[in-house]
Design a protein around this ligand. Structure first.
Ligand SMILES: NC(=O)c1ccc[n+]([C@@H]2O[C@H](COP(=O)([O-])OP(=O)(O)OC[C@H]3O[C@@H](n4cnc5c(N)ncnc54)[C@H](O)[C@@H]3O)[C@@H](O)[C@H]2O)c1
Length: 271
């Protein structure tokens, strides 16, 4: 047991660390990138959305240094190139955040083989590829590394019409736990977030009119419904997940691995 003067915030200092974040152009990935940079990390940003990436780069560079790479995580070579960019640019890799993802709607009886392929490619295979590519670089670090996957609150209760998404995210949770066991001996920690309803672009996936514009009335009703599901009466923000990302990336989570952390406002009690 340590008996020295406590300095708990020092554990959150990421100076000298290098992080890769997928899905960095928006929402949880963007805010997490900003938090990691604000704590001192250099960040490699990946996403398919070039404009969004540019905006994230500008925000991140207020705090520190970053490079951005247009990356489609459904392309294995692109994921591997993104991870390589960390070691090429900054000489090491300490943190990988597999955040990129999107809803894959549809009743199981009606989904096509293509929908099944697409859902697994984006929400599961990309995460496996990211983890696999990051491990060799993290093994070279004396103090290992931290992999943070993004699962979903959807793994806690079945909801009709989002089964494909939920099964991919449930697999991400199991991947996280298995990998924690496999790479723990190299001091690599592997954890996941299972976010509850969080206000990002993702929130709008079922609230658009046929012409693609946002149905404001449906959106407001959805937000109210989500607030009612939480004992706190609130809906989450990207920042609520970014705080957990920072925690898991840092030495404050030195003893945390194989965990599925649920910032969900207690919503899953109501399902
Ligand atoms: N917002 C929520 O309520 C919520 C709840 C549970 C889980 N999640 C998960 O959180 C993660 C982040 O979502 P968010 O809420 O920030 O949504 P978001 O839509 O704001 O961000 C998702 C990002 O992923 C990127 N992306 C999508 N497909 C990609 C691809 N093929 N290659 C690279 N990037 C791609 C998008 O361009 C976007 O920048 C996702 O995995 C999502 O499933 C979100």
């Amino acid at each position: 047991m340590s008996t020295n003067t406590p300095a708990p915030l020092r554990a959150y200092d990421l100076t000298g660390r290098v992080a890769v974040v997928t899905g960095a152009a928006s929402g949880i990935g963007r805010r997490s990138s900003e938090f990691l940079a604000a704590a001192g990390a250099r960040v490699v940003l990946g996403d398919v959305d070039a404009d969004g990436l540019r905006e994230t780069s500008e925000r991140v560079n207020v705090h520190g240094r970053s490079v951005a790479e247009i990356t489609d995580v459904t392309d294995r070579a692109a994921v591997e190139a993104l991870i390589r960019r960390a070691t090429e640019e900054y000489g090491r890799l300490d943190v990988l955040c597999n955040v990129a993802g999107a809803m894959s709607p549809g009743m199981i009886e009606e989904i096509t083989d293509q929908q099944l392929e697409d859902a697994l490619a984006l929400n599961l295979r990309s995460v496996v590829w990211g983890c696999r590519a990051a491990i060799p670089a993290m093994k070279r670090n004396e103090r290992g590394g931290s992999i943070i996957n993004v699962s979903s609150g959807a793994i806690d209760a079945p909801v009709a019409g989002i089964g494909l998404y939920a099964l991919a995210k449930a697999a991400v949770a199991m991947l996280t736990k298995t990998l924690a066991v496999e790479v723990g001996p190299y001091k690599i920690r592997v954890n996941a977030l299972a976010p509850g309803a969080t206000l990002t672009k993702f929130t709008t996936w079922r609230l658009q009119r046929a012409d693609g514009t946002l149905d404001r009335e449906a959106y407001d009703a959805f937000v109210e419904r989500m607030k009612e599901r939480s004992p706190l009466g609130e809906i989450g923000e990207a920042e609520d997940q970014a705080h957990l990302v920072l925690h898991l990336a840092s030495d404050a989570a030195r003893w945390t691995t194989g965990a599925i952390l649920r910032a969900n406002g207690g919503q899953t009690f109501a399902w």
